[in-house]
Design a protein around this ligand. Structure first.
Ligand code: SDX
Length: 374
């Protein structure tokens, strides 16, 4: 019985998986054998989700069938629409997402009621997350009700759900690439939470509810929104060095930097940096991109840290006009594919996940009646 405490389970190999491989020293990320750079270049979110769920790239008919099925699964049960509509406009959208996913398990129509976890449940939850976000955001923004848009891709539908307009080809591709890049990342905290839940033989909806609650944290998926707050605080390129150095001197974390696994640049940041520039040029607005590049230069010089997936993503979403508090929910609208793929893998090779702790508290104390305690 090893007695070494690995805080945060750092470097602990908890299980074997065929879904995702990360080489933190070479900055490589692979989904089911395919390099993320190839998938980001040539694939779509639907194709990547199929790969994560089934372990192989789909044929043309299989991809068409999945795309059609996801579009057909976008509608929320009326009772969940009512629930979302009753949520205060200033609710955190990640709380809305977590609550609605949890409620879905109760109000799903008969044919969708979550039975034993299946790829059908994975597809349902993947399809419906943008609808939950759109239902909440459009109501608080006074936008017209959502339409299912059955012929639109996941990326196009997500953009429409949040912006009430059809994205341009460039904007839609930017979102599709972001969805590909965020789809999975081995045993990150939210995926681990989903697998722990599934390892007790709890259901898929409970596992995803666990994952959404975990992704919300600023040390995990919540960092993309925090990066935008940092940029707003800095505001101009000539203030970057002063602000960053004072934060580092105060031992503050610079959001969007560092990673538990990558010791070099996160390959997703490399791709998202290019998209941040592309969208900035298309919008004739490089303000965010220039600030981000300067922050990156100073943080790397002062701390030797590299940007992670959350550093550039927010600038892309902001340039499209998406409100900042929807950035982490966009992350969830992609990672749902990875979460559910890992839950299915856990069910296939189930082992209750239950580490141990080294007890360092008191021992051998004697009970004293409450009336005689000092
Ligand atoms: C995601 O796990 C995944 O795969 C996650 C993810 C995914 O796809 O699922 O990749 C998505 O969550 C990306 C990370 C988003 N979070 C942030 O950007 C928040 C800021 N980053 C840090 O909080 C931190 O880098 C973590 C949480 C990401 C990783 O922290 P670790 O591995 O626990 O590292 P650590 O806290 O032990 O730090 C090691 C050293 C420390 O220096 P010393 O105190 O020893 O001198 O690096 C420093 C830290 O202070 N450091 C930072 C820093 N990150 C680490 N210093 C300033 N700013 C930072 N961001």
């Amino acid at each position: 019985m090893p007695d070494v405490v690995q805080r945060g389970l750092e470097d602990v190999v908890a299980l074997e998986s065929k879904i995702c491989f990360i080489d933190g020293h070479k900055g490589r990320l692979i989904y089911r054998g395919y390099d993320i750079r190839e998938l980001a270049e040539h694939s779509t979110f639907e194709e990547t989700a199929y790969l994560l769920w089934y372990g192989r790239l789909p044929t043309g008919p299989q991809l068409a069938d999945l795309t059609h099925r996801l579009a057909a699964l976008r509608t929320l049960p009326p009772r969940v629409v009512e629930l979302v509509d009753r949520m205060p406009a200033d609710s955190n959208p990640m709380d809305v997402l977590r609550t609605a996913v949890s409620a879905l398990a109760i109000f799903e129509p008969g044919e969708l009621r979550p039975g034993p976890s299946s790829i059908g449940g994975a597809q349902r939850l993947t399809a419906v997350l943008p609808t939950i976000l759109g239902q909440f955001h459009r109501r608080r923004a006074g936008l017209p009700p959502l339409e299912p848009k059955p012929s639109w891709s996941h990326a196009a539908y997500l953009l429409y759900a949040l912006l009430d307009r059809e994205g341009s080809a460039l904007e839609t591709r930017a979102i599709d690439v972001a969805l590909i890049l965020h789809a999975d990342h081995e045993l990150n905290a939210s995926t681990f939470a989903a697998r722990v839940t599934a390892s007790t033989l709890s259901d898929l909806y409970s596992a995803v509810t666990s994952a959404v609650g975990t992704l919300k944290g600023p040390l995990h998926g919540g960092a993309n929104e925090q990066v935008m707050r940092l940029l707003a605080e800095i505001d101009s390129v000539d203030r970057v060095e002063t602000v960053i150095k004072s934060k580092l001197a105060a031992h503050e974390r610079i959001m969007g930097f560092g990673h538990r696994v990558y010791k070099v640049e996160d390959p997703r940041a490399t791709i998202l940096r290019e998209w941040s520039r592309k969208i900035g040029e298309a919008k004739h607005d490089l303000h965010y991109f220039e600030l981000l590049r300067k922050v990156e230069e100073i943080v790397h010089r002062e701390k030797g840290l590299y940007p992670n997936v959350d550093f550039y993503s927010g600038s892309i979403y902001a340039l499209l006009g998406i409100p900042h508090d929807l950035f982490t929910p966009i992350f969830a609208s992609s990672r749902i594919a990875g979460w559910t793929a890992h839950v299915l893998e856990e069910y296939d090779d189930l082992r209750l996940i239950r580490p141990t702790a080294r007890y360092v508290g008191s021992t051998d104390l004697s009970y004293v009646d409450v009336g005689r305690r000092p």
